[in-house]
Write a protein that binds this ligand. Sequence first.
Ligand code: 13P
Ligand code: SF4
Length: 330
Amino acid sequence: MTVDKKWVEKGYIDEPVADGVDLAKEIRNLCKEKNAVILAHYYTTGDIQQVADFIGDSLALARKAADTKADIIVMCGVHFMAETCKILSPEKTVICPDLNAGCSLADSCKAEDLKKFKEEHPGYKVVSYVNTTAAVKALTDVVVTSGNAKKIVDTFPKDEKLIFGPDYNLGSYINSVTGRNMLLWNGGCHVHERFSAQEIVRLKKEHPGAEVLVHPECKGPVVALADVVGSTAVLLKHAVESDTKEFIVATESGILYEMTNKCPEKTFIPVPPEVSEGSLGCSCNECDYMKMNTLRKIYNALKCEWPTVEVAPEIARDAVKPIERMLELS
Ligand code: 13P
Ligand code: SF4
């Protein structure tokens, strides 16, 4: 099916659908007809998590992408997640419902800058967070996610010289729990960097019995206040298994959907971000990139089998090794 030029220019198809069309039902029908599978990250909206075949953190999504028997993978997350699917399953059609769904953290590390940094630091191995472009992964020795970073870094000899990028906060946290001194790239996520330690202290006073759940992309002072630090899946698992009834949550607000879904009797309190001087007091703790996924874009993308994500073969050849290494080690 040819896609109208206007949508190609935009990077997604948002063709209106007739009133009364049950998009979730139509999407499931298309998945059946085309042998397609929908993978969604916990930061997508609840309606997408409901329609997905599988929801998970970055690690679980990468594992699923490597294992699925489907012909088409619709990756409802952000662009680097779709790239990882394509690298692990090159023979499949991988759809990213909106090609503009980037990641500020992945953007903070350009391949040419990392290449230069490596040249300036001979003898160092590169550990890259999964939130990176395929081109950066191709320059990497091993990929990690927030769910397995400690375990994988621990596999290197204690005296191994390591560069960790691009997330400075995650790197500092992993340095602190492994007793290493990895060289850290100075990148960050625009959502996680804004969570406020002061707000956590205030919320803790109001809810003294609550446990504080923090994603390691948050800044050091926020991580220092955490009862549990971990990936979205780790935080969710803890919320389910803990006897505590109230949780203060410092990560993107999409995770609250599955937390509330799995534990309807518990209370989850999102941490507001810092309000910077001159801002309008926006209390937004959402990843605008993750929220670019909508049911209508997914429906149109499945119908047209576009927008697809491609990775140049010479980059895929080098990027697959550190991803497979991660899957073996975790
Ligand atoms: P997780 O690996 O914890 O799901 O995190 C992905 C992400 O993008 C965090 O901002
Ligand atoms: Fe990237 Fe941050 Fe969005 Fe995660 S929350 S996808 S790190 S911009």
